[in-house]
Design a protein around this ligand. Structure first.
Ligand code: AMP
Length: 277
């Protein structure tokens, strides 16, 4: 696996593949890799001859009081994992390379970025959209794989490529979970042993709420019951738990084409998860 730091070197490599008609699949990440990330590289491998992964902890998508400084970083371990997975190129740009002095572009996609997580992490999806637009312009992949774990992010990125005429096919990848159901996340490393036990209850509550809604229980009552159970289970704060339509992410009044989607806190750790209904 070749590691690329510089975007002009990346461009040279990408251009040679374009000339020979070699398809490229790409999975952007922030590193601290786990099996969830590796599942994206497996899908990438099934789609194209050459697989590119990027690791970039994007400062633009973190709020002032968020965890940018303490976000886990382990480039040695990450590159070993990617090489073992058969990834062809790891793109690992510096912040200076991505955002040279004077950089001031901000990509904002409107309402879809202001609801759910966007309400609690103001500006987060602008940062995501801006870095993903840059990465897709740099790598110009035929396919880019994003996890359904960050479901709202996936919706934002699909809208981004559609509205900016970016010719990359966006592929959503299923959520990879621990044995007890907790969705894998780099941020799970922050959890204490007790918090880690509590964390698994989120998936159980999502599943039970789904079952209740499918059995005909009132949606609002089911969501209220879920909130109550999560707090009783030991979660400290619920940013939201909602039933939303799959594509628009607007509040759902019946269960067809919907998803339960949640964000909540255990101590200083914010967890997100979702489940198709
Ligand atoms: P991150 O490094 O957290 O920015 O995630 C990079 C990509 O991996 C995003 O597209 C995430 O949605 C995806 N991802 C993270 N965790 C999981 C998971 N447990 N299952 C599937 N995809 C995931």
């Amino acid at each position: 696996m070749q590691i690329i730091h510089d975007k002009s070197q990346l461009k040279e490599i990408v251009n040679s593949y374009k000339k020979s008609g070699t398809a490229i699949a790409f999975a952007p990440t922030m590193g601290a890799l786990h099996k969830g990330h590796l599942s994206l590289t497996k899908i990438a491998r099934s789609k194209a001859q050459k697989v590119f992964v990027s690791i970039f902890v994007n400062p633009l998508q973190f709020g002032a009081n968020e965890d940018f400084d303490r976000y886990p970083r382990d480039i040695e371990k990450d590159s070993q994992m990617l090489a073992a997975e058969g990834v062809d190129y790891l793109y690992f740009p510096t912040a200076q390379n991505m955002y040279p002095d004077g950089f001031s572009t901000n990509i904002s996609l409107g309402e879809i970025t202001k609801i759910l997580c966007g309400k609690f992490r103001v500006g987060h999806f602008d940062g995501v959209a801006t870095v993903v637009a840059k990465l897709l312009n740099q790598v110009t992949p035929d396919y880019a794989i994003f996890g359904e774990k960050d479901y709202q992010q996936l919706c934002v990125i699909k809208k981004l490529v559609k509205e900016l005429d970016i010719e990359t096919q966006i592929i959503g990848a299923p959520i990879i979970r621990e044995q007890d159901g907790l969705a894998m996340s780099s941020r799970n490393q922050y959890l204490s042993a007790d918090e880690r036990k509590t964390a698994a209850k989120l998936y159980a509550v999502l599943n039970d709420t789904k079952t209740a809604i499918l059995a005909g229980s009132d949606i609002n009552n089911s969501l209220s019951a879920a909130r109550e159970r999560l707090i009783k289970s030991g979660f400290d704060k619920i940013d939201y738990i909602e039933l939303r339509y799959n594509d628009s992410l607007l509040p759902a009044t019946s269960h067809e084409n919907t998803r339960l989607i949640a964000a909540l806190w255990l101590g200083k750790t914010r967890l997100i998860d979702n489940l198709e209904v």
